[in-house]
Design a protein around this ligand. Sequence first.
Ligand SMILES: *Cc1c(COP(=O)(O)O)cnc(C)c1O
Length: 223
Amino acid sequence: MTDIKHNLKTILSSIPEHVTLVAVSKTKPVPELMEAYKAGQRVFGENKIQEMVEKYEQMPKDVQWHMIGHVQSNKVKYMAEFVSLIHGVDKLKLLKEIDKQAKKHERIIDCLLQIKIAEEDSKFGMSAKDAKTLITSSELSGLKNVCITGVMGMATFTEDNQQIEQEFKRLKHIFDELKVYSSDNCKLKTISMGMSGDYQIAIACGSTMIRVGSSIFGARNYG
Ligand SMILES: *Cc1c(COP(=O)(O)O)cnc(C)c1O
């Protein structure tokens, strides 16, 4: 058994069935993604649109591609045809562009709202208040080609597990508060939180989707 296959099996056997594993393959070459694919993995996460498009073209068509990175509006058009979930939506303006591009392909694109839960300034995301304003806005109901299906967050990069736990608990709490605002294009069910270093904590705090890269594919040189 190759390392990638072994790593996948180890992670999958340690997480509950209702938790979706996104294999974060950024910076990794297609043959390594194919190893994961052959081991049964179908959900892959990338953080750069160009790289995701190139891999989409080379990989089997039943792969579900998740955009987990920060998205620039002018690049949405390149992935609108195939992306299955965009994790990092943090502005109504971006949602409008996703809607516009999805419409051209007669699709509905699922999106998560990225909520800022970390202390660091470097992490993108909206406040809970802004997220509530967005999902209750009359403008959202006009965007027929997007559906907000959950929230996403990243904890502070720290060794302090208690701090990480507090941040994940906050995201779960925000999710529970927002969940009551359901509409045709807002159906919250997903909490995307947890990476290689903290996915066990995240699951204990209510995560339903973890984004794991280095624990599957090994350390990255960059990215
Ligand atoms: C790179 C990345 C991950 C995966 O990180 P690992 O520590 O390698 O598991 C998860 N989420 C986002 C948003 C990332 O950019």
